[in-house]
Design a protein around this ligand. Sequence first.
Ligand code: ZN
Length: 132
Amino acid sequence: MKLEHIGIAVKDLEKSNRLFAALFNQAPYKTEDVESEGVRTSFFKTGESKIELLEATSPDSAIAKFIEKKGEGIHHLAFEVADIDSEIERLKTEGFELIHQTPKDGADNKRIAFLHPKSTNGVLVELCQEKN
Ligand code: ZN
């Protein structure tokens, strides 16, 4: 598994885009709304991996709840897998708890599924596979 991206929860995407653009000396290569998740996202390329910034667009989105509880910061680690369906089955067999039993559409042209952080030492893990 390759570390595909790190997701960072932010309160104000415009403001954070400027901050991370200054940090990385590059503009985000895309901004995308994921309506099903109630988030607006932007992506920066950082070598082999990416940074995804996530801002809540609705008060009941998971990002809004996360920021309310923990404040801004690292939200999840996303690992790229070759076959997300078989990886979900493998991890279930290993005893991991999945938030999504089947993959769903995510940002950046991906099929995604999250593992529950209570089965991964408090780290929210996303599996993702590029859509063809
Ligand atoms: Zn992500």
